[in-house]
Design a protein around this ligand. Structure first.
Ligand code: DGY
Length: 323
């Protein structure tokens, strides 16, 4: 029996690649280069399944190519704003993502950003490595306390709730949130979380604003100049969600003007490009989209894609079907 042909757009965890090679007629992206639109189109024309990831732009133009052979896009990642779902559906494609398996890992990283920026961890390390440390003194590199402060979450999905649990139980933080699609009461058990009517309310009250909403048209530049004006001058912005939720130029201007105290960012508007002004700011922590980047989680994400395409090719509905 001929095995379905699968094209993987980037290198994946080696255990997952091995399973894909065993079960499918798989083509790997040997040198791990980012595929161009033309390469993605060729993949759609030549494979039964294309397995993209969150940095591949599978937009309407890519999906508008003639003679698509692929029947499923098994995306490796929970976010799906890199895929035009309507265009995929119109092209007859099923699309899946990888929820749940990266929740804890991403929440850990959001907390790492929060602690790093508040306690000046990156700045302190740079200071020491540069040979500038002259010894302990009471006023040296005073940061901002985290324990007992108010964490404001924009979006209250799985990852936000995992951050809230860490912050509340680990750091005794008060949790407030805004989500236009609020979670079930039972999903908030033990968090003592207070719902806010609007993002504005969160901005005004939080010491740390952490973003956990999806990217895309609905949330584009949700955090812009007005949000920074509403935030407390001592507050920090944490973004481990999607870069385009934040107006990066407005963020740089707000930091420059001292409207907020700092930012911890794992995602950027035009990844991998970063607004140059941010690179020079000591009160900004910048990470290269590492939210789910542990070996355990990347393997689990890849295996979740395998589970989804296995189900699809067995004639079942994949567990994580988006369209
Ligand atoms: C996702 O899965 O959407 C992350 O951004 C990458 O881990």
């Amino acid at each position: 029996m001929t095995r379905p042909k699968v094209i993987v757009t980037r290198r994946w965890h080696e255990d997952v690649e091995r399973v894909l090679l065993e079960r499918y007629d798989t083509t790997l992206n040997e040198d791990d280069h980012p595929m161009t639109s033309a390469e993605l189109q060729a993949a759609l024309q030549n494979a039964d399944a294309v397995l993209p990831t969150v940095s591949d732009k599978v937009n309407a133009e890519v999906l508008g190519v003639d003679n698509i052979r692929a029947k499923i896009l098994g995306s490796n990642g929970v976010g799906f704003n890199h895929i035009d779902l309507e265009a995929a559906k119109a092209a007859g494609l099923t699309v899946t993502n990888t929820p749940e398996v990266l929740t804890d890992c991403t929440a850990d990283l959001a907390m790492a950003l929060l602690l790093t920026v508040a306690r000046r961890v990156g700045e302190g390390e740079r200071h020491l490595r540069a040979g500038k440390w002259t010894g302990w003194r009471p006023t040296h590199m005073m940061g901002t306390s985290v324990t007992g402060k108010t964490l404001g979450l924009i979006g209250m999905g799985r990852i936000a709730r995992a951050v809230a649990a860490r912050a509340h139980h680990g750091f005794n933080m008060k949790i407030i949130y805004h989500d236009p699609f609020p979670p079930r009461v039972e999903d908030l058990a033990g968090l003592d979380a207070i719902a806010c009517e609007s993002p504005q309310e969160v901005f005004e009250q939080a010491d740390f604003v952490s973003l956990h909403c999806p990217g895309g048209k609905e949330t584009y530049h949700l955090i812009g100049a007005d949000a920074f004006k509403a935030m407390k001058p001592g507050a920090f912005l944490i973004n481990s969600a999607r870069g385009d939720v934040v107006d990066e130029a407005a963020l740089a201007a707000a930091l420059e003007a001292g409207e907020i105290a700092g930012a911890g960012l794992d995602v950027f508007e035009k990844e991998p490009a970063v607004t140059p002004a941010l690179l020079d700011m000591e009160n900004v922590v910048l990470l290269p989209h590492l939210g789910s980047a542990t070996r355990e989680t990347r393997k689990a994400m890849g295996m979740r894609v395998v589970e989804n395409i296995d189900a699809f090719f067995n004639g079942e509905t994949p567990r994580d079907k988006l369209v």
